[in-house]
Write a protein that binds this ligand. Structure first.
Ligand code: NAD
Ligand code: IPM
Ligand code: MN
Length: 356
């Protein structure tokens, strides 16, 4: 396994260091060789090179089988020229590697039922949602875009753009994912208002009719979807949506699993290496204090083993070690519950390591 590791900023360093210990142990246990190289992205790359995505980083990623990322950004770079913000590094590498499909599985570990913000009777119905977020299009990348002045006042806009081929390929990813799950896809849009969403809905319907009639397809407006997700998440299996809506809905889904510190993700394209990262950010408020929950990153390593290396056994091994650590009562602050043992980032990872 040739892996490019990019810790990034804030808690990124802490969580990636711990996730790498888990990877090393599971690789050793299963006799797998792992070659890693580290690269700069985000704020740390700006500090070292002046840009958030140095060419050397892109080259290292392209030369790897998979990429593991922590998080980018932080207050230090919030007032920098927007063209070279840390977040541009992340958007840039997603685009460079053509990672159009972002899988964000929100599952509630039964040990965290009490840490969930929803009523116990709602939680009892189960929570296992796969958010399939389009990652290289939509309003994040649409042109034209503008930030400036007009008629003597501040003026800005972005453009939400989707082309048929972009919608069709992400719909396919969602339908294929549903085939391995409960065969239900809910496509989320704002087709009652946005032209781009009407195109989105038509193409999803067409792709379904052509190739995926075995899947039960439904549609929901994004405002209702946000509401339904907290009212009764058990109604969802796979949710497929555009870049911005997927960003927002996946943070919401994460909170339902107990904490944003629990949700891993896989960003996949057709040929390039996949990129694996927790869905949360650099958490400046707790950075450098060994308080961050490393489980989303550790579970991202598990997704990497499953998706990029077809190592299902190794991936299962990590997931059950995480579950055991939770069962043994280890909790970082974000998922702390009465009667459990409050630990930091390092100790949580050590609890996982002990179960491998
Ligand atoms: P954030 O996800 O960093 O933090 C939101 C809240 O969740 C904070 O209270 C934080 O302490 C908590 N949190 C996040 N991860 C946690 C973890 N592993 N364990 C415990 N608590 C955790 O979002 P934000 O505050 O909106 O953004 C902070 C910075 O991160 C910004 O610069 C933003 O652009 C960036 N960001 C980066 C990514 C990424 O790299 N993929 C994602 C989101 C935000
Ligand atoms: C995420 C983040 C990023 C996004 C930012 C940091 C560019 O919020 O990975 O969810 O909006 O995609
Ligand atoms: Mn986000």
């Amino acid at each position: 396994m040739k892996i490019c590791v990019m810790p990034g900023d804030g808690i990124g360093r802490e969580i990636v260091a711990q996730a790498m210990r888990v990877l090393d142990k599971v690789a050793a246990k299963h006799g797998r060789a792992c070659e890693t190289t580290e690269a700069l992205i985000g704020g740390c790359a700006i500090d070292a090179t002046g840009v958030p995505l140095p060419a050397d980083t892109v080259a290292k990623c392209k030369d790897s089988d998979a990429v593991l990322l922590g998080a980018v950004g932080g207050p230090k770079w919030d007032t920098i020229d927007p063209a070279i913000r840390p977040e541009k590094g992340l958007l840039g590498i997603r685009k460079e590697l053509k990672l159009f499909a972002n899988l964000r599985p929100a599952t509630l570990f039964k040990q965290l039922t009490e840490a969930c913000y929803l009523r116990p009777d709602i939680v009892a119905r189960g929570l296992d949602v796969m958010v399939v977020r389009e990652l290289t299009g939509g309003i994040y990348f649409g042109e034209p875009r503008f930030d400036g002045m007009q008629d003597g006042e501040r003026f800005g806009f972005n453009t939400m753009v989707y082309r048929e081929h972009e919608i069709r390929r992400i719909a396919r990813v969602a339908f294929e994912a549903a085939r391995k799950r409960s065969s239900r896809v809910c496509s989320v849009d704002k087709a009652n208002v946005l032209d781009v969403s009407r195109v989105w809905r038509e193409v999803v319907i067409d792709e379904h009719a052509r190739n995926y009639e075995d899947i039960e397809l439904s549609h929901m407006y994004v405002d209702n979807a946000a509401m339904q997700l907290v009212r009764d998440p058990s109604q969802f299996d796979v949710m497929v949506t555009g870049n911005l809506f997927g960003d927002i809905l996946s943070d919401e889904a994460a909170a339902i699993t107990g904490s944003i510190g629990m949700l891993p993700s896989a960003s996949l394209g057709e040929a390039n290496p996949g990129l694996f990262e927790p869905i949360h950010g650099s958490a400046p408020d707790i950075a450098g204090q060994d308080k961050a929950n490393p489980l989303a990153t550790i579970l991202s390593v598990s997704m990497m083993l499953r998706h990029s290396f077809a190592m299902a056994e190794e991936a299962d091994c990590i997931e059950s070690a995480v579950e055991q650590a939770l069962e043994q009562g280890y909790r970082t602050g974000d998922i702390m519950q009465p009667g459990c043992r409050l630990v930091g980032c390092t100790e949580m990872a050590e609890a996982v390591l002990a179960n491998i």
